[in-house]
Design a protein around this ligand. Structure first.
Ligand code: TEU
Ligand code: CA
Length: 554
């Protein structure tokens, strides 16, 4: 395998709106990120990914872009962005932006022009169709609820939006659209970006001609999954995009790929893949139900282990997954993957280490490194996330009581990852001097960065140790390139695996509160990391404490 500059990196995802507010308007901003670069540097990461901060009406918090060439004034200016890239570079950190090109905003000038002249040039930038007997052209349900079609204002046509109605899908079949996208990507790469995280990218190819699919809920509609499965030829677009943009710059590109076909791994992230890497969502999507969030099955430690190992086996040494326990769309990993009632510093460290040591690129979402947790909801009025608001309705329609529906939504609401970063135990967790745009998690008085930064036993210090270990010249080759082999795979509530190359490392997590004993096949040489101060062992038999995690050199 040819070595690439990004193979050994650790990425930190920033959700700008909730990271740090530099001017007291309650909204995090780019100057705020610059203020915190030393914190990021100190953590040890070398790449930051910014969720969108382009000009946007923020109908979907920036994933609805109205101008790809400017920064939204709420986040700052283009000069701020350039300064961020330069200041990051001084610290050896490179910046990735979010590439959102499946759709734009209905406030983008392309869409406005399409409304003015549906049969003109810009009409062909979107998927416009005539109504079918007065109804939507197809029975597709948008990802955020309701029909994926809405009236094109001022016309008798409808336009397609796989997401929110303020996110019209771009017509990738039109070469002019693709040219616009490539021009924009290169314009940003010329500014010195390291690359992009690519949003909802597998959605760009639609099955044509468009038609109905079997309804999967009582609303008579179907999720877009069936259509996407039928769509053929996305690879042609992705190859073209790669060759016209990323490849020329040796940029890093990580795709948001759901439902990757196991036969397509090589095409996606192999040596000559469309992307450098793609996220592993196997754990995140475990238990999801066609019916909605209210019907989801909760994941257990054994399921978590199985999902991780399944993904690892599928990818093998073909390429590099990007491993996450959370992001801006997911619940907090600590709340989601640790059984209820067991969330504590030890279990958070265990989960962090088990995920971080997998083969692939570790991604850390802002706040994960201090063990931030889900936001307890007291009322649906506290919810901002458009997806959670829709799922609340879905749950009520299915007959759940408002209390039950709120509970279901609480568990998965995308707001969980979007509450302001908890910097200190000061006012608004030190995030803003104004009124935060989204409620601060009340646990900030105990969970915050200031309290952890000088505490060697904190979750934050543990993450720093994990990053230091990944960069240690003695272990780096093994941690980055080594094969992953599961150990004691059938043991209940135990997740363990070897990483093998120049060295043999054994990662062992006791995924439960109770102690658990294991007998090593041979004595270990060295303890590289331990979330407890001791190991109860005679070197071959180890009595693991509850949620103890060990990284051993064998
Ligand atoms: O997410 C794509 C996507 O499919 C998500 O909608 C995901 O299934 C959902 O959030 C789970 O609740 C990307 C972005 O990450 C997300 O923030 C955007 O809302 C979406 O694209 C549209 O741009
Ligand atoms: Ca601000």
């Amino acid at each position: 395998m040819t070595k690439k500059w990004w193979h050994d990196k650790v990425v930190y995802q920033i959700y700008p709106k909730s990271f740090y507010d530099s001017n007291g308007d309650g909204i995090g901003d780019i100057p705020g990120i610059i203020d915190k670069l030393d914190y990021i540097k100190d953590l040890g990461v070398d790449v930051i990914w910014l969720s969108p901060c382009y000009k946007s009406p923020l109908a979907d918090q920036g994933y609805d872009i109205s101008d790809y060439y400017s920064i939204d004034p709420r986040f700052g200016t283009m000069e701020d962005m350039e300064r961020l890239i330069a200041e990051a570079k001084k610290r050896g950190i490179c910046v990735l932006m979010d590439l959102v090109v499946n759709h734009c905003s209905d406030e983008h000038e392309w869409f406005r022009k399409a409304c003015e002249e549906p049969d003109g040039k810009y009409g062909n930038f979107f998927y416009l169709r005539d109504k079918k007997e007065g109804k939507a052209p197809t029975n597709w349900r948008s990802c955020f609820g309701g029909s994926a079609w809405d009236d094109l204002p001022g016309t008798d046509k409808q336009y397609l939006h796989l997401f929110h109605k303020k996110q019209p899908d771009l017509n990738w079949e039109n070469p002019e659209v693709r040219e616009e996208v490539y021009k924009n990507i290169n314009w940003w790469l010329d500014k010195g970006l390291g690359g992009f995280r690519i949003d909802a990218i597998m959605n760009i190819k639609k099955a044509l001609p468009m038609h109905d699919y079997a309804p999967d809920r009582e609303d008579g509609m179907c999720s877009i999954g069936a259509m996407l499965k039928e769509a053929q030829g996305v690879g042609e677009f992705l190859t073209e995009m790669r060759d016209r943009t990323f490849r020329k710059y040796d940029a890093f590109a990580v795709g948001e790929v759901f439902d990757a076909n196991p036969d397509a791994i090589d095409a996606l992230i192999g040596e000559d893949g469309y992307f450098s890497s793609m996220f592993d969502f196997n754990e995140a999507f475990f238990g999801a139900s066609e019916k909605g969030w209210y019907d989801a099955t909760l994941i257990t430690p054994d399921d978590y282990k199985r999902c991780c190992f399944e993904s690892q086996a599928r990818v093998g040494d073909i390429g590099f997954l990007s491993n996450i326990i959370e992001n801006h769309d997911e619940p907090r990993g600590a709340s989601h993957y640790i059984p209820e009632g067991d969330c504590c510093a030890e279990s958070k460290k265990m989960l962090g280490a088990l995920n971080f040591m997998l083969r692939g690129l570790p991604f850390i979402f802002q706040g994960q490194e201090i063990g931030m947790e889900n936001l307890p909801l007291t009322s649906i009025d506290e919810v901002d996330d458009i997806s959670a608001l829709d799922e609340y309705k879905v749950a009520l329609n299915a007959g759940l009581t408002p209390e039950e529906a709120l509970k279901a939504v609480s568990r998965f609401s995308r707001d969980n990852g979007r509450t302001p970063m908890q910097w200190s135990d000061g006012v608004n967790a030190g995030f803003t001097t104004g009124t935060p745009w989204l409620k601060v998690n009340p646990n900030y008085t105990s969970i915050n960065a200031a309290a952890q930064v000088d505490d060697p036993d904190s979750v934050l210090s543990f993450y720093k140790e994990l990053i230091t270990l990944r960069k240690d010249p003695a272990y780096k080759e093994t941690i980055v390139y080594g094969a992953l082999k599961p150990a004691w795979e059938d043991r209940h509530n135990l997740m363990a695996y070897y990483r093998e190359k120049e060295k043999t490392l054994l990662v062992i997590g006791n995924y439960q509160k109770q102690e658990q004993e294991i007998t090593l096949p041979s004595p270990y040489k060295k303890v590289l990391l331990n979330n407890y101060h001791d190991i109860a062992t005679d070197n071959e038999t180890i009595r693991l404490h509850g949620y103890q995690v060990l990284i051993l050199e064998m």
